[in-house]
Design a protein around this ligand. Structure first.
Ligand code: AMP
Ligand code: MG
Length: 408
């Protein structure tokens, strides 16, 4: 029996992502941005180096540049090469030059002997160890060859990438425009933090969590606030949202309760592609189109909202933003916890991966209810229990998916 036989409307997660990815259209508009604004932008063109890095053969150590062929013989000290101040002449047999780390290797030299491996006086240098040709030299272009690709198109620029781009002299680059994402919460019971709560009310946490994740993704967030469980209000909010944004993300109201109007409004205003995915937490997750915009309807339960945003919406948002994404690395690790599970849904348990006596182990991070946000606190990974898997005993191997920087 397959999952689909058990609950035919539940779409396996991989299929849901595949369907969404083929439905969306990535942004095509581009703009140039200066180096200082490139962090977390997505490159719209590959970046090539116009020069070699290092730009010239240079010393990897402080010492003396000399010719290996002179062996152990003492060398006459004829000058110095400092970083930014090359030695102008050429080193002849029997000569050497004082050299500092990063300084250009003088003509005629083929090795650098470390300062610690020499004895010196004002005029002469005696090698303590026999120098070998090529020692302590960083070759021109050994890091980056001129003309080679430094970063590919579709790459999200990280902090080290900024340094890399600077190292090849790139002062600006072409990137895709940022996505515009409108967010809203639905629920008559919800109150914005800062206001007092009446009996039965609770604070809207999803909108703030979603906005924070989107901030990490570097999208432009349009916060449409809290919307009541009223079809007309939801209709108006979704319509406005779809006119302003590339993507609309709501939370709540996608289950089958009396107050769950989002799905109906979406049917009215746009098209639902699917609205139930075989994952836990987060079974009710709607995806569809709203005019020219795309719509993600996240479940209301706070953990479900975060997990579905992270695992279902995020890869699609990143693809829409022009990013070429790779599957995240997962690891097989022995479980220190038991899990009760029935086959049918892919389960994302919040967990802690740690090392004990040289062995990696992973433990459940406290209670895992779909409203228990503290299950994320201190956790550093998901234990991903495969859709068709049943209960797990201690010491069984489980799949670990480390948290990425978008959720941590
Ligand atoms: P719903 O999906 O609208 O049926 O909501 C499921 C549960 O999540 C209910 O207990 C809601 O009160 C709660 N919930 C819905 N939206 C939010 C939100 N924005 N912040 C915190 N909890 C929420
Ligand atoms: Mg609700």
């Amino acid at each position: 029996m397959t999952t689909c036989d058990r609950e035919p409307t539940l779409l396996p997660m991989a299929e849901a992502i595949a369907r969404m990815s083929t439905t969306i259209t990535p942004v095509t508009a581009t703009e140039t941005q200066p180096l200082t604004q490139l962090l977390d932008r997505v490159l719209a063109q590959p970046v090539h180096a116009q020069l070699a890095v290092p730009g010239h053969d240079n010393a990897a150590m402080d010492g003396y540049a000399l010719r290996a062929a002179d062996g152990d013989a003492p060398r006459e000290l004829v000058g110095q090469a400092l970083a930014g101040h090359p030695f102008e002449g050429e080193i002849k047999p029997g000569q050497c030059v004082r050299i500092t780390t990063g300084a250009m290797l003088p003509a005629g030299a083929d090795t650098v002997i470390m300062q610690e491996n020499t004895r010196t006086d004002a005029q002469q240098v005696w090698p303590i160890q026999t120098p070998r040709a090529g020692d302590n030299i960083r070759r021109a272009g050994e890091d980056i060859a001129p003309g080679s690709q430094v970063l590919p198109k579709g790459h999200r620029v990280g902090p080290v990438d900024v340094a890399l781009l600077a190292s090849v002299g790139i002062a600006k680059a072409w990137v895709y425009r940022r996505l515009k994402v409108a967010i809203l919460s639905t629920g008559d019971e919800l109150v914005a933090p800062g206001a007092p709560l009446a009996p039965g009310q609770l604070y809207d946490s999803n909108r703030f969590g979603i906005a924070a994740v989107l901030q990490r993704l570097n999208v432009q967030v349009i916060d449409l606030g809290l919307i009541a469980d009223d079809p007309a209000a939801i209709h108006l909010a979704l319509q406005r949202a779809s006119e302003q944004a590339d993507v609309v993300i709501s939370s709540g109201g996608v289950s089958v309760g009396e107050a769950d109007h989002v799905k109906d409004v979406l049917t009215d205003l746009g098209q639902i592609n699917f609205w139930k995915v075989a994952i836990k937490p987060g079974k009710p997750f709607a995806f569809g189109t709203l005019g020219d915009a795309f719509f993600f309807g996240l479940p209301g339960n706070p953990v479900s909202a975060m997990v579905t945003l992270h695992q279902l919406a995020m890869p699609v948002l990143r693809t829409m933003a022009g990013e070429h994404i790779q599957n995240a690395d997962t690891f097989q690790v022995k479980s220190a916890s038991k899990y009760r599970k029935r086959p049918g849904r892919l389960d994302f348990q919040r967990a802690t991966l740690s090392e004990q006596d040289g062995q990696c182990t992973v433990s459940r991070n406290g209670p895992q209810g779909s409203g228990v946000l503290t299950s994320f606190r201190g956790a550093n990974c998901y234990v991903v229990l495969e859709q068709e898997r049943g209960s797990v005993e201690e010491e069984e191997f489980v799949t670990v998916l480390p948290f990425d920087r978008f959720i941590r």
